[in-house]
Design a protein around this ligand. Structure first.
Ligand code: SAH
Length: 404
């Protein structure tokens, strides 16, 4: 292998890298041995010239180097095949039955800047780092080798690409999407049929990170009246209905998502148990929990699911986000019957599990409820958590019963 440009780290900056964190910021760098091109592979050494590994360089990004390997390996199609095969083995171990899952979850799979999702026989790729983006052809080659999919598409239209100097890009990279209306696909998840808009949906199509939680929360729904807030295309709602909920009312502010959720319910023979409503959850809760002078709010749900989007774009948004979380919990608790269950999720990187639970307990205090925690949830195992890479952990959830 030809000699790679060397990035020398400042004293004290190597430990993070040795521990497994792949990001090296400009401030950690002492100097470069020779100029490196953006998107090129560099080797990284500590200030004593000890070799730490290789990574992609990008002077345009705040993250100057994204580590790829602690060894000197060639970054070619065979490298991607090995890494993707390793990631796939993990999914086969922990999500053996799944036809749709995240095959590669960037840092969680030691491929910073690369996401690969599998929706049946269609593969969706996102490259959020310049070095990865430049190697799209190798990645497509590796994916074809491993999955022989019907189509490989890229969903590269998201805001963080601009921090790497990358333009938006969206479309089919290889193969052909099945013909149908737009880019709609029907896939199977946990034995239920879901519609996926492969070129236009949220994330890469579905919230795959909730795959296990859909099943687990559904266990709490049997025989009950269920409210699914922020349902998107009916993830929790459909699982709850199948598990034997008497009725599920599901809300999302997106009329399009609600229409899809209703189609999904019909497709799975669950339409008679479900109602769907396009509404803002905050407004809906306010209307349902505001009582006139001689009225009382009647609690009528046995299970309420709260799965809002991340309310925090950045740290500055945390106080507002916490107020938002508290408000929906307060209102949800008022609508839960005695002994009812709240299943609630927070997908913000900026709010940890303890802080999230504290907000819920605050809402319980204000509504004079005492809660019993019966479950804790995290992201599905195809979004592995590597604790030394704190950014890999983001989804937390709890189920609480009203104990008193
Ligand atoms: N529960 C879903 C994922 C929810 S993602 C699942 O398991 O698949 C968050 C959803 O909240 C999005 O569909 C978005 O349209 C919706 N949303 C965001 N703000 C909202 C609001 N104020 N009221 C209602 N829905 C909202």
């Amino acid at each position: 292998m030809q000699t790679l440009p060397t990035v020398l780290l400042r004293p004290g900056e190597a430990d993070r890298v040795v521990a497994g964190h792949p990001w090296i910021y400009a401030a950690s760098i002492l100097r470069l041995s020779q100029p490196a091109g953006d998107g090129d592979v560099v080797q990284v050494k500590d200030h004593r010239q000890r070799f730490l590994g290789i990574g992609f360089f990008n002077s345009k990004s705040k993250i100057h180097v994204r580590m790829l390997s602690p060894e000197r390996v060639a970054i070619d199609q065979a490298f991607f095949e090995r890494r993707i095969r390793g990631a796939l083995a993990l999914r086969q171990k922990h999500l053996a039955e799944a036809a749709c899952f995240r095959v590669v979850n960037a840092e969680s799979d030691f491929l910073s800047g690369l996401i690969i999702d599998k929706y049946g026989d269609v593969i969706v790729i996102q490259t959020s780092a310049l070095g990865m983006d430049r190697r799209k052809e190798m990645i497509v080659g590796a994916v074809k080798e491993l999955f022989a999919p019907r189509a490989i598409v890229e969903r590269n239209e998201f805001s963080s690409r601009k921090y790497e100097g990358l333009p938006d890009s969206n479309g089919v990279l290889d193969g052909q999407l099945p013909s149908g209306p737009g880019s709609l696909l029907r896939v199977e998840l946990n034995g239920l049929s879901f519609e996926v808009d492969i070129l236009g949906g949220h994330k890469t199509g579905l919230y795959l990170d909730q795959q296990l939680n859909w099943r687990q929360v559904a266990q709490l729904a049997r025989g009950g009246q269920v409210l699914d807030c922020f349902t998107f295309q009916g993830g929790f709602a459909l699982h709850a209905a199948r598990a034997g909920a008497v009725h599920v009312h599901a809300i999302d502010q997106s009329a399009e998502a609600i229409a899809t959720a209703a189609r999904n319910a019909a497709e799975n023979g669950l339409a008679s148990q479900c109602t769907f409503e396009a509404a803002n959850v905050f407004d809906w809760f306010k209307a349902q929990t505001t009582a006139g002078p001689h009225e009382k709010v009647v609690p009528r749900f046995d299970l309420i699911v709260l799965d809002p989007p991340s309310f925090t774009r950045n740290r500055a948004a945390i106080p507002d986000a916490l107020r938002g979380y508290k408000e929906i919990h307060l209102r949800a608790l008022k609508l839960l019957k005695p002994g009812g269950t709240l299943a609630t999720f927070c997908c913000s990187h900026h709010i940890d599990g303890q802080t999230f639970q504290d907000v819920i307990l605050d809402a319980a205090f204000d509504t004079h409820r005492v809660l019993r925690r019966i479950a804790t949830y995290t992201q599905s195992p195809d979004h592995p958590v590597i604790p030394v890479i704190r950014e890999t952990e983001y989804l937390k959830g709890f189920a609480f019963e009203i104990a008193r």
